[in-house]
Design a protein around this ligand. Sequence first.
Ligand code: SAH
Ligand code: SF4
Length: 416
Amino acid sequence: MNVNDSDKMSEFLLQQGLERCDSCFDADMVIVNTCSVRFSAEHKAYSLLGRWKELKDKNPNLVIGVVGCMAQYASKEIKARCKYVDFVLGAKDFDNFAKTVKRFVTKRQLTVNNDRNSGCTEVFKYITIMRGCSNFCSYCIVPYVRGPEQSIDYNIISDEVKRTVDKGTKEIILLGQNVNSYDFGGVNFTGLLRKISELENVTRIRFMTNHPKDLSDELIDEIAKNKKICRHIHLPLQSGSNNILKAMNRKYTYEQYETLYEKIKNKVPDINITSDIIIGFPGETDKDFEDTFNASRKLQFGGLFVFKYSARPDTPAAKMANQVPLDVIKKRHHILLEDSNIISKKINEKYIDTTVEVLVEKYNSETKTAEARNSQSIKVFFNSEMDLTGQIVDVKITKVLPNSMSAERTQIYNAQ
Ligand code: SAH
Ligand code: SF4
């Protein structure tokens, strides 16, 4: 979501005639797009701002902006701690971004170049289909900083998809905090997927994120039969303990999750299911952790993000009495992460010696390495003499790591 917001801001800045530069030491304007989901992200934003103070000391004309989730709820603190910051705009305040940037371009007399053609084709593009979230999982700050869930008009989404694919973009990634509850004018998420996949030039579609309480049979059936939809579902479990799931306000039990998981695997056998787990939610006992560990062993995710619980301001979980000590969280986190990496690697070993179709996302001309992604959303690296960025090619998998695979080109002439 943040990457998408940053892309939109960059696009706007380029349209204004500003140019991208390689180093912040050469910049007239630097903007940090903050995240507040975990404390570590906030900490990173403050240390970056600390480093930017030196830039401002050297160049007082420099415009420094802070935007995004953290800017939404901590604007006073940011302004107090970093007095040299020129503007702070929260996630709910994005509409003012254009006005604010234009004001500073004029005020600081920044050089703009309106003759430059800024448009370049992206291999994949994130498209926001929903804003905000109304689920209020008890640990999560998102509903407070991004506001209530709102689905975007499917006509607006379709137009954006059309514009994007007509420029040559191969993959569309639909974004929302819970895409399964999309609803606009009687069109649900499955309906939206159908509409988008029927558009000319749409090649690959992905979406994020799913909520186990809302993922429907209708959607699973659509994925099974619609070959444009990539074979990957990110389905956050968060915990394998029913006591913790209840305290998290996730609105499903572990058993319901497992049933859904099996159903997806049965109907779409080549699917890759990945997940999120939070370790150390308040009140998590050794037994609760064991349930989570066993769930990870039983379900065998193709990839698992294991997060250490981070108490977030305003959330009910932050006020719970039984917070888990950090050393316990770290220990459990390490145990699960190690084990889940071994599982993911083993699960992905089935690809060894098989030929898979990948979309090439990047090319490093120095090392002659291409970075690509298969339909299951696993990163694939392979050597190539040619820059194949933006092309869909067949490669043969030679090696598997926990979160990526190595491959070699099979046929040299099959680039589309
Ligand atoms: N809307 C998405 C996820 C948004 S945040 C969903 O419901 O799945 C991405 C992930 O960050 C979550 O799935 C959760 O695992 C993690 N997360 C959110 N709040 C957190 C917190 N306070 N501490 C640690 N991890 C958190
Ligand atoms: Fe946060 Fe839950 Fe909404 Fe995801 S569904 S953004 S975890 S409140």
